[in-house]
Design a protein around this ligand. Structure first.
Ligand code: GLA
Length: 398
């Protein structure tokens, strides 16, 4: 059986009750921002390429209210975050800007407060989430985008555009979490739409909603529930290797390079032998993503699934961001009838896989993996959901 995804109203109600207990009073703002699963287009966003994520019904919820103090007080109900679960900081001013500090979870909130497009007042807030933390489903971006959305409602002013909002959240992550991520996670959490995945051109920043509502197929997310600790240093290294490879080919980014360019410059990449393979992944993945999205329009799931599996192989062999657990999950999925394709999703080194499967074979897939995977997996069967939004508070007294 797949995990039951908590209803949005139940997350709001939990956060609301915790708010009343902590801060004595009722919140008057509630917002939610989703995590995401990337269907194809991995490690392409920072190469100016294409990505194709969808927003999940797994969300981060923030409830709260304005206060007349100049303090931001935030309490998190999230499990598995560093202590303390409550932080308090001054509304930043030019002479007292915010800086990252412990606990780590609060840096995402602080980073967004620091990068909000207008002034911020004091507030009290409670956070809760159904996005598994560190599971590769963008729990961080969902917290950033929830915070930005909360501040928009609090201050009564929207970001100049959805792109500007997502970029401010990405900047928060760069500056306050020291993670040089691309734009994908914040874009989809901001712009996701029910029944659609989002094709994002990470060079022009234009995005296009693509309907994804055929009831005969579904995407199953399998959480390996492992996270290897090398993730921290590996991501910036991959980014740098891609830049170096582009530079050797005289290109602004790998978006401009072809596999033929790469062959022509192979001999110039001998000093760091990984460059060739890293670039081969990024260049081929950018093309695969474009191809996959155009194929999807014809409902050709066989070819779409093959491209997903090719993406996994490229991430495993050339980009070297997979791990034995993710490889095993993909192999197990591909052995099940009705499965079109399967791949690791997100940054890698643990986290989740995403599998395209006929609806009628979902339980076979879950059963087969449960029986044979060497760890303890968690499954989510999700339809594409909303991007960040203000949501209703419950009216009965919390
Ligand atoms: C992480 C980053 C994204 C993207 C993916 C890999 O999730 O936050 O920007 O680079 O890895 O596709």
């Amino acid at each position: 059986m797949a995990s039951k995804i908590p209803e949005l109203s139940s997350l709001v109600s939990t956060a609301q009750a915790a708010f009343s207990e902590r801060f004595h009073g009722r919140p008057d703002i509630a917002v939610a921002a989703p995590g995401r699963v990337n269907i194809i287009g991995e490690h392409t966003d920072y190469n100016d390429g294409f990505v194709f994520p969808m927003a999940l019904p797994l969300v981060t919820v923030m409830v709260g209210k304005h206060t007349d103090s100049n303090k931001c007080k935030i309490f998190t109900l999230a499990e598995n975050v560093d202590q303390p679960h409550e932080v308090e900081f001054q509304v930043p001013t030019p002479s007292h800007p915010l800086k990252p500090h412990k606990p780590n979870w609060a840096n995402y909130v602080k980073g967004v407060v620091a990068n909000f497009h207008g002034p911020v007042s004091g507030f009290d807030a409670v956070i809760t989430t159904s996005v598994p933390l560190g599971g590769g489903l963008s729990s961080s971006a969902s917290l950033e985008v929830a915070t930005y959305t909360f501040l928009e409602v609090l201050m009564g002013t929207k970001a100049p555009s959805l792109q500007a909002k997502a970029l401010a959240c990405q900047k928060a992550e760069h500056e306050f979490a020291n993670m040089p991520c691309g734009i994908m996670d914040q874009f989809i959490s901001t712009m996701g739409s029910k029944g659609h995945a989002l094709l994002i051109d990470c060079r022009s920043l234009e995005s296009k909603l693509v309907p994804l509502s055929d009831p005969s197929v579904t995407f199953v997310i399998t959480n390996s529930n492992v996270r290897h600790t090398l993730t921290g240093s590996e991501y910036p290294t991959r980014r740098r290797q891609c830049q170096d490879a582009a530079k050797i080919m005289g290109k602004e980014s790998l978006r401009d390079a072809t596999l033929a360019d790469l062959e022509n410059h192979k001999s110039a990449m001998v000093e760091e032998k990984e460059l060739y393979n890293r670039a081969r992944h990024a260049i081929s993945e950018i093309h695969r993503t474009e191809e996959a999205v155009s194929i999807l329009k014809n409902g050709d799931y066989n070819t779409f699934g093959k491209l997903m599996t090719e993406s996994h192989n490229s991430l495993r062999n050339d980009y070297e961001v997979s791990c034995p657990e993710l490889d095993q999950l993909v192999d197990l999925a591909l052995a099940v009838s009705g499965v079109y394709g399967s791949r690791m999703t997100g940054g890698g080194f643990g986290g989740c896989t995403v599998t395209l499967v006929k609806q009628e074979n979902v339980e076979d897939l879950i059963g087969h993996i449960k029986q044979n995977y060497k760890g303890t997996p968690t499954f989510y069967v999700c339809a594409p959901s909303h991007g960040a939004q203000e949501v209703s508070l419950l009216h009965k007294k919390a």
